[in-house]
Design a protein around this ligand. Structure first.
Ligand SMILES: Nc1ncnc2c1ncn2[C@@H]1O[C@H](COP(=O)(O)OP(=O)(O)OP(=O)(O)O)[C@@H](O)[C@H]1O
Ligand SMILES: [Mg+2]
Length: 381
């Protein structure tokens, strides 16, 4: 997530909804870095040292080398940091800090900006990394001044799916590495545990023969993930049909609905359409276009797609299926997880060697893809 490791003197802002697990993750990071000779300073402005201790006991963290500082005054914090000379400092959270010079209350824009600046200066002059926990606003942005996101080196979000125990860590900014890497964790009684094979975990939760679902191999940094796209279409009762996308870009969804209607011969115009990506993941790649349209087509004709089918390909406005980068990597991941059929762009044919037991259907158009997947040439509605 951090581009190969923690860069000395870098400042990382970890944000997320209340209760998502920020403090848990920070404490686990502290545990990894702290030792008898290497101190990690954990500044807590939100919880008492006793509460932090209770959590660390639950997580099974003995706390060797972790120093808890219950303090919110930035001058005092910097003094203690200078005394302690830790290998890393954690501040939970940036919104609780205040500095004497700025007159407004803790959490205000001026206070957060000033405290953030001071911590950054400390990190850079001491070549010591600082991790900050940060609150989010109602619409999901980092609370406090926008400039905080510009100041820090990395901004990362910890996200939870609606009711599940998965937590997904996503960078929105990284000065030292890619922003496309994600971390997938599960929240357990002992803290956040890495999900080593997220594709496998997602696929394991699928039901057999389910109408309106397709699986697409997408690239997330160095990983290839098999994500399940789900679509529900139902006749609209309002004057303007609704389109709702969870984990897909809304404008992309509008475009794909229009292309599916016009070029794919799907009767989508009078339908409400809801598209979701299972597990709280996001698909931002055009490679997921074909899977989204096939999921809509499956829902529309109320017929499931084959359970062992994966599909990928970019869909153009004219209804062509365009080539997709890294086709071989995607086909291989599908094959590894037991998929035996894949619909993919004809333009990728030269770059792909079919893995054993995998049938590849190369398609040129959306219309052809729908026929291949659902086998019905008539207008579907
Ligand atoms: N015994 C437990 N078993 C499993 N999960 C637990 C347990 N206790 C707490 N949790 C999980 O830990 C979460 C709280 O984590 P944490 O306090 O790290 O979140 P946070 O993001 O720091 O919250 P805040 O915004 O309030 O500071 C709970 O929402 C719950 O999911
Ligand atoms: Mg917390």
């Amino acid at each position: 997530m951090l581009g190969g490791g923690i860069v000395a003197g870098s400042v990382v802002l970890l944000t997320g909804e209340p209760g998502v697990g920020k403090s848990t993750l920070l404490l686990q990071i502290a545990e990894h870095l702290a030792s008898e000779d290497d101190a990690v300073m954990y500044v807590t402005g939100e919880e008492s040292p006793h509460q932090v201790k209770l959590r660390s006991q639950r997580l099974g963290i003995p706390g060797q080398g972790i120093f808890i500082l219950p303090e919110s005054d930035i001058d005092t914090i910097l003094e203690k940091l200078d005394d302690c000379r830790p290998v890393m400092a954690i501040v939970d959270s940036i919104q609780t800090l205040h500095c004497r010079e700025a007159s407004s209350g803790p959490g205000s824009v001026a206070q957060v900006r000033e405290s953030g600046l001071r911590l950054m200066h400390w990190a850079k002059t001491n070549h010591t990394p600082v991790f900050l926990a940060g609150h989010v606003t109602k619409d999901g942005g980092v609370a406090g001044p926008r400039v905080l996101e510009h100041m820090v080196d990395v901004v990362t979000y910890l996200e939870a799916q609606d009711a599940g125990s998965y937590r997904i860590l996503r960078n929105t900014k990284n000065r030292f590495g890619s922003t496309s890497e994600i971390g997938v964790f599960e929240m357990t009684g002992q803290g956040l545990a890495e999900v080593a094979d997220p594709s496998q975990a997602i696929i394991a939760q699928r039901y057999r023969e389910s109408v309106g679902t397709t699986v697409v191999p997408v690239l997330q940094g160095n990983r290839t993930l098999m994500l399940e796209v789900q679509a529900l279409t139902s006749p609209s009762s309002g004057p303007a049909p609704r389109r709702v996308g969870n984990g897909v870009d809304y404008n992309r969804l509008l475009m794909l609905s229009a292309v599916g209607n016009k070029r794919g011969n799907l009767g989508l115009a009078g339908q409400d359409i809801i598209v979701s990506v299972a597990g709280g993941f996001r698909v931002d790649e055009p490679a997921a276009d074909l899977a989204i349209v096939l999921a809509m087509a499956s829902s529309l004709c109320n017929r499931p797609l084959r359970f062992d089918l994966a599909a990928f390909g970019e869909v153009s406005l004219s209804g062509e299926v365009r080539p997709t980068p890294q086709a071989q990597r995607r086909v291989q991941e599908a094959s590894r997880l037991g998929f035996s059929k894949c619909i993919l762009p004809a333009a990728n044919q030269d770059q792909v060697n079919p893995p054993p037991g995998m049938q590849l259907d190369f398609v040129e158009s959306l219309h052809e893809s729908i026929q291949t997947a659902l086998g019905n040439p008539e207008r579907l509605s």
